[in-house]
Design a protein around this ligand. Structure first.
Ligand SMILES: [Cu+2]
Length: 173
């Protein structure tokens, strides 16, 4: 029942009733104009593509991003040794890492609130090797692990994607 758990986690993270109403609409598949599209990331493309849409997102400190499963089975996982012992952190120092666990039911959601400024790199556990990765820029692109060039141990397609995402983040300063 990972989906239910995720929804509960999302709802518990909500700050206002208006936002909860908007999210309710989203979860039942309706478009809701009050729901900011800028803070929603689709997981998986309409034809099953292994991508996050958009793959890069700039938000303000304190804002919450909601990922919604559109297709396939995926995770939303921060690069951090707590989530995967093979990895160094690629999120700001002292920021908490997140991991959605596997989402498999269309419409399942995962939400995370970003308090600390900087660049956060994340990936999908099953599909990192095909470059299913993304970046969140919170506030300014402060120097930190998320701006470091990708380590050699990352799969080639993920590394290539991060070179592009890191260049984007730096250009947003
Ligand atoms: Cu995936």
């Amino acid at each position: 029942m990972k989906t239910l758990w995720s929804r509960r986690r999302v709802l518990s993270a909500l700050g206002t009733g208006a936002f909860a109403g908007a999210l309710g609409g989203l979860l039942t598949g309706c478009k809701h104009e009050k729901f900011s599209a800028q803070r929603v990331i689709q997981i998986g493309g309409p034809k099953g593509e292994m991508v996050f849409i958009p793959d890069r997102l700039k938000i303000k400190p304190g804002e919450t991003v909601t990922w919604v499963l559109q297709s396939g089975g995926h995770t939303v996982t921060a690069y951090h040794p707590k989530n995967h012992s093979a990895y160094q952190a690629r999120i700001p120092n002292e920021a908490e890492p997140w991991d959605s666990d596997l989402l498999v039911e269309k419409g399942a959601t995962f939400a995370w609130t970003f308090d600390r400024e900087g660049v956060y790199n994340y990936f999908c556990r099953p599909h990192e090797s095909v470059g299913m990765v993304g970046a969140i820029l919170v506030g300014r692109p402060l120097d930190g692990p998320g701006l470091a060039l990708p380590q050699a141990e990352l799969p080639a397609l993920a590394r290539k994607k991060f070179e592009e995402l890191i260049a984007w983040a730096k250009s947003e300063s």
